[in-house]
Design a protein around this ligand. Sequence first.
Ligand code: HEM
Length: 153
Amino acid sequence: MGEALFLALIALHVLAATAWVGGVLFFVFAVVPAARAAPGAGIPEALGRAFRPVAYGALGTLIVTGPLLLTVLGISPRTFLQARFWADPFGITLGVKVVMIVLVLALTVWHDAVLGPRAHRTGEPGATRIVGRAIGLLSVAILLAGLLLAQGL
Ligand code: HEM
């Protein structure tokens, strides 16, 4: 039962990671260049609106399945109080991963709720593109951190 639950959770986690990271990279490498080539055509706004439920659904799934994976692995909130846990490679990777996830969440909300609508109003991308790239880089780093965790590192 434990193994089946773990497999179900890791499958959901990996599918959601694929949807999130793939979507973010598609925006950085396809949507932004297309928007540059056709400014004012509303390309990033239309695609962003259409993809948002998938992106937020994937992020939500990651944030739910991640802690559930830790629970199945026998890592409880009590473990987090032990200094020893944070000195282990697994604890260090998890700590770095969680900090990057918090950053990605904050940057995504800022990008979607503040910077994106402002860029749309003014016609100037401003910080939208650089924040979008930061979200892309961090998302890839989070994915790599996940691979280390899966190796127990
Ligand atoms: C943007 C968010 C996230 C992404 C892109 C992501 C990505 C990944 C990936 C690609 C793996 C490797 C799976 C494998 O190779 O089997 C993984 C594993 C893992 N993730 Fe995440 N993850 C995210 C959020 C979280 C969160 C919020 C937590 C918990 C706080 C978490 C905890 C874990 C754990 C414990 C593993 C290792 C499972 C194992 O032992 O096989 N992840 N993650």
